[in-house]
Design a protein around this ligand. Structure first.
Ligand code: NAD
Ligand code: ZN
Ligand code: ZN
Length: 344
């Protein structure tokens, strides 16, 4: 089969032919119908050889949907032909976190060498994907594969982040979304669907800000040195009750801290590597800063439910598998509006 692989540190990913995978006991083989392109892969491909955590070559793609093509011995609960989305943050399935469906926070995944598809295990940007257990599959139940596939990360990750802050997003409150790309443009829609908060979106690109408005941001602000003052002015000087940073770089975490209201939640989702220090007097009183990872299986089921109800519509650009390297180039250059989706 064809697959998109990251093969050499620092080089662009390549479309190659690899052996067709076959499901072992307990595994499910999917014919991939759509796979998403996430900025995290760009970060992975920028890591130096000394601390690169995965084996190469690595088939990319941690957002996947497909149809069940074959079942390994002993698999029950899914049937050939079922259309399913893949819950990506695989865990052991039995520890205290996994027991709550929070396999993203599995206590034993590292020790057992369990990795998500595309982030250690062979990923979804290929004709076929091996899924280690049917519990990682959620029925699509009528959702379109192209617009559903980004929900498995670009939807699930902001959903989890926003859900934690729902008690603070009461009528009259403000939520700030920094970086309105793949994750951010879904976050705006989730905030509008789940909360009465006023949503202020920040980005460096006029195209992205246009999309932010289109998908429901009340206000948009150019993310520059004056952004924090502009957000403060829009909130009568008080700041925002919840700030979601989908960049996580030095200037954006600074802005995130500077627009936080007293008792705000600042959630750093972007893996730009910057830190926001917390200590008495550094931020307004009782601001909570956190950096969550992905979301739970139950939350993925909820996000797909929201999409089925029409509350979220992901903007996508589609590419064939042969064009997948181009999708990464365009993402790296900041040219993708919404999410790039590969159709293998
Ligand atoms: P993306 O490239 O689609 O979107 C990023 C957006 O940020 C773009 O619109 C870009 O114009 C904007 N941006 C860049 N610099 C900015 C600045 N200084 N101020 C404001 N906006 C700026 O990326 P994505 O796939 O949506 O991913 C977003 C981030 O989230 C990445 O860092 C990714 O690695 C990370 N991520 C984290 C998790 C997690 O579990 N924590 C999960 C998925 C993605
Ligand atoms: Zn991702
Ligand atoms: Zn576990």
């Amino acid at each position: 089969m064809k697959a998109l692989q990251y093969r050499t540190i620092g080089a662009a990913p390549e479309v190659v032919t690899v052996p067709d995978p076959e499901p072992g006991p307990g595994q499910v083989l999917l014919k991939v119908t759509a796979a998403g392109v996430c900025h995290s892969d760009i970060a992975v491909m920028s890591w130096p050889a000394e601390n690169f955590p995965y084996d190469l070559p690595l088939t990319l793609g941690h957002e996947g949907v497909g149809t069940v093509a074959a079942l390994g011995a002993g698999v029950s609960g899914v049937r050939e032909g079922d259309a399913v989305a893949v819950y990506g943050p695989w865990g052991c399935g039995t520890c205290a976190k996994c027991a709550q469906g929070k396999e993203n926070y599995c206590l034993r995944a590292d020790a057992l060498g369990i990795r998500p598809p595309g982030l250690g295990a062979p990923g979804a940007i290929a004709e076929y994907l091996l899924v280690d257990d049917p519990r990682h599959l959620v029925p699509l139940d009528g959702l379109d594969p192209v617009t559903a596939v980004p929900l498995t990360d670009a939807g699930l990750t902001p959903y989890h982040a926003i859900k934690r802050s729902l008690p603070k997003l009461v009528p009259g409150s403000t939520a700030v979304v920094i970086g309105t790309g793949g994750l951010g443009h879904v976050a705006i829609q989730l905030l509008r669907a789940l909360t009465p908060a006023r949503v202020i979106a920040l980005d460096v690109s006029e195209d992205k800000l246009r999309l932010a408005k289109e998908v429901g941001a009340h206000e948009v602000v150019v993310s520059d040195a004056g952004a924090a003052a502009a957000v403060r002015a829009l909130t009568g000087g008080l700041g925002a009750e919840a700030v979601f940073d989908f960049v996580g770089a030095e200037p954006t975490v600074r802005t995130a801290g500077a627009v936080a209201a007293v008792e705000a939640d600042v959630t750093i989702v972007g893996i730009g590597g910057a830190a926001l220090p917390v200590g008495f007097g550094t931020l307004p009183f009782e601001v909570s800063v956190s950096a969550p990872y992905w979301g739970s299986r139950g939350e993925l089921i909820e996000v797909l439910g929201l999409a089925r109800a029409g509350a979220v519509s992901v903007h996508t650009e589609t590419y064939s598998l042969d064009e997948a390297p181009l999708a990464y180039e365009r993402l790296h250059a900041g040219k993708i509006n919404g999410r790039a989706v590969i159709l293998p």
